[in-house]
Each structure stands twice: as structure tokens, then as C-alpha cells.
Design a protein around this ligand. Structure first.
Ligand SMILES: Cc1cc2nc3c(=O)[nH]c(=O)nc-3n(C[C@H](O)[C@H](O)[C@H](O)COP(=O)(O)O)c2cc1C
Length: 224
């Protein structure tokens, strides 16, 4: 797979912004076709992790969300989006346009491609529980397992944020380890955790173009 220019630029600049301003650099405004805009967090490119080598690469952005939110109703009619992302550290605006995919909902075969980068024996020194659950579930499969990706992002959330997916009002939902299969979690509130996961979804953004503007006046349109 070749990495498009838009991704190289966006990724490089995001690293600089995280260095200068921290993780708030991942807040971007997602506008759906209604029009309707909201702040969301860029979590990763699908199959990629900032700290762990998972052995996969892609050109689609992952945002996590709750299937009970209004955006899911809006997405049933129109899958176009625009992201407007201001990176304060470098004074740059990125506007991405493309199509939204939803997991779970869309057929696995219609989801955007994610490519193998390394064999599983080349992966080592895995740090997060999310990466561990991903690798355990993905193991032995040739194609990208979106369910493994969903579990990875669920594990990577803070306990208080995970709790917001619960049908009950609870303040935290902690994950303390992996069960015997290595593919699911152990929690002091096991049933609440399982129920919360039912509402947890991935919003997957493919990119047709990226419009770049800097405060110093530079402007460029990336289409690859
Ligand atoms: C800093 C910040 C980050 C947010 N990140 C997300 C996110 O990653 N995913 C999400 O669904 N909502 C996120 N939200 C909440 C959304 O902006 C929105 O209010 C919520 O998803 C409900 O939207 P809807 O019902 O209109 O779809 C965030 C809000 C703030 C203030």
C-alpha cells in the first residue's frame, strides 16, 4: 500500500501538535450532511497505534461513538462528512472530506481496506491492554478484524468515558484484565461492561480530499 501525501502531512503535523499542545490536538469538528457539527476525538488510523506496533496500516480515521446519539440517525440518510480540524500548536487548519462507514452496522466486506504491514512474529513489547486484545483476536486471520479494532478502542478509553456507554448511570467502568480467551475483558462490573459495549461503535472516515490552510497564508489542496 502506498501512503497518500495527505496522510503523511496530517500525521507529521499532528505529532508536532501533540508535542506542543498535548492530546487536545486530536479534537476535530465533524460535520455531517444535515448540516450538523460536533467535536469528536481522532483516535487513530484503523489498525495503527501511536505506542504499539500492531502490524496493520490504513488511510481511514477512527472516531469512537455511541449508537444512541443523533449522529447515527443522521448517518442512515447520508454518509458524506467534512472534518474541520484546527491544530493550535502549528496554527494550521485541515479540512477533510469523504465518506463515513459504521462498525458494527455496515457489512464487513464494504468497510475500507486495512493492510497488513508486519507478520505477527515481528510484533513485540506490546504496552496497552487494548493492543493485546486486538492482537489476540486478530491472530491467525489474513483479513483485518474490525471487531478486534472495536475492542481495542473500547479498552483504550478512560473508565469514566467507558461508563457513559452504559444504559445505567454509573461513574466508572473499569477493565482489570483479559479473560481466559484473551479476547474479552474482566471488570468488577462485568454485566455493566458487557451492556455498555453494545452501545459502543466505530465511525470510520475515508478521505477524498484534504484542504490545508496555515495562519501564515499557505494553502494547498491534497487529493492523494
Ligand atoms: C472535547 C470533546 C470531545 C468529544 N469527543 C467525542 C467523540 O470522540 N465521539 C463522540 O461521539 N462524541 C464526542 N463528544 C461529544 C459530541 O460532541 C456530541 O455532543 C455527542 O457525540 C452527541 O452528539 P449527537 O447526539 O449530536 O450525535 C465530544 C465532546 C467534547 C466537548
Amino acid at each position: 500500500m502506498t501512503t497518500p501525501l495527505w496522510k503523511k502531512v496530517l500525521w507529521e503535523q499532528l505529532q508536532k501538535n501533540i508535542q506542543k499542545q498535548g492530546l487536545s490536538s486530536c479534537f476535530m469538528t465533524l460535520c455531517l450532511a444535515t448540516p450538523s457539527a460536533r467535536t469528536v476525538v481522532f483516535r487513530s488510523f484503523a489498525g495503527e497505534d501511536h505506542a504499539d506496533e500492531l502490524g496493520w496500516t490504513s488511510n481511514c480515521l477512527v472516531v469512537t461513538s455511541d449508537k444512541r446519539s443523533n449522529k447515527f440517525k443522521e448517518l442512515q440518510n447520508n454518509r458524506d462528512y467534512e472534518v474541520c480540524w484546527f491544530m493550535h500548536g502549528t496554527g494550521e487548519q485541515y479540512r477533510l472530506k469523504g465518506t463515513v462507514f459504521i462498525y458494527p452496522q455496515d457489512e464487513a466486506s464494504s468497510l475500507p481496506p486495512v493492510y497488513r504491514r508486519l507478520s505477527s512474529s515481528e510484533q513485540q513489547d506490546i504496552k496497552s491492554l487494548g493492543s493485546k486484545v486486538f492482537l489476540n483476536k486478530q491472530q491467525g486471520q489474513d483479513t483485518f478484524d474490525w471487531e478486534a479494532e472495536r475492542r481495542r478502542h473500547f479498552a483504550n478509553l478512560d473508565g469514566w468515558l467507558r461508563a457513559t456507554f452504559s444504559p445505567k448511570k454509573i461513574s466508572t467502568l473499569d477493565i482489570t484484565g483479559l479473560d481466559d480467551s484473551g479476547e474479552w475483558f474482566i471488570s468488577p462490573n462485568q454485566q455493566d461492561l458487557n451492556d455498555a459495549y453494545e452501545n459502543f461503535c466505530l465511525i470510520i472516515l475515508t478521505v477524498k480530499q484534504m484542504d490545508y490552510v496555515s495562519l501564515s497564508g499557505e494553502r494547498k489542496l491534497y487529493t492523494d
